[in-house]
Design a protein around this ligand. Structure first.
Ligand code: NI
Ligand code: MN
Length: 227
């Protein structure tokens, strides 16, 4: 039993959970760091934090080709159903036991609209509990003190934006780690574009010096395994 976590750069992941493939925010087309061709990706489920183009990404094409079920907030699930995709809608604060694990949507301080500008509901973070581990994909968010409540769930790995400009930056992410108290912190949403360029090694050093978490950094296309 193990979870293999592959990073696509930005906020995108592929999780292999005992043979089930779960994608998170699969932004590949237009992502200068994209390590894979979206046409070659397997997917059983696609989890979305919000509908901005750098998160919704290739969802429609991948779900159409693979038959994957889209799991996201209500408004995004309605969009997916209108596109003829399989979808499961949830909303902030709600959890549901899916075949691959328990998904709870939590608050994210951000905005959300589809690439055409239409309303896409509230943005969310995602807490995924599976295989004895609890993963927190913060999505795009500012630092907020109630992250402590997410931490009270007992987080093994927190995937946190550090890019600044659109989300919290490195300094706020260190404060977030102190509130969330994860075993492992993994930086996302940086270096994709010039405006969110950051020094991940310096950030990892700060995580080590100032928090109890262990920082894990991989290059786009890189992976690590939880077992
Ligand atoms: Ni966003
Ligand atoms: Mn974003």
């Amino acid at each position: 039993m193990a979870i293999k976590i592959t990073w696509f750069g930005h906020s995108g992941f592929s999780l292999d959970i005992n043979g089930t493939t779960v994608l998170v925010d699969p932004f590949l087309t237009g992502n200068p760091l994209a390590p894979v061709d979206p046409n070659e990706l397997a997917a059983d489920y696609i989890l979305l934090t919000h509908a901005h183009g750098d998160h919704l990404g290739d969802t429609e094409a991948i779900a159409k080709r693979t038959g994957a079920t889209v799991i996201a907030t209500a408004e995004i699930s309605y969009w997916a159903q209108r596109k003829g995709l399989k979808a499961h809608g949830q909303n902030t604060g709600g959890g549901y036991q899916h075949p691959f694990g328990h998904v709870k949507l939590v608050r994210a301080d951000h905005s959300s609209s589809f690439p055409d500008g239409t309303y896409a509901g509230q943005p969310n973070g995602i807490v995924l509990t599976t295989d004895g581990k609890r993963l927190y994909f913060a999505g795009d968010t500012a630092l907020y003190t109630d992250m402590r409540l997410v931490g009270n769930l007992g987080i093994d790995v927190a995937f946190l934006p550090i890019g600044d400009n659109f989300t919290m930056g490195p300094a706020d992410s260190i404060e977030a780690i102190k509130l969330i108290r994860p075993k492992i912190a993994f930086p996302i949403h940086y270096n994709t574009f010039d405006v969110i360029a950051q020094d991940a090694s310096a950030w990892a050093q700060q995580v080590q010096n100032e928090t109890d978490a262990r920082a894990i950094i991989v290059d786009p296309g890189g992976d690590f395994t939880l077992d």
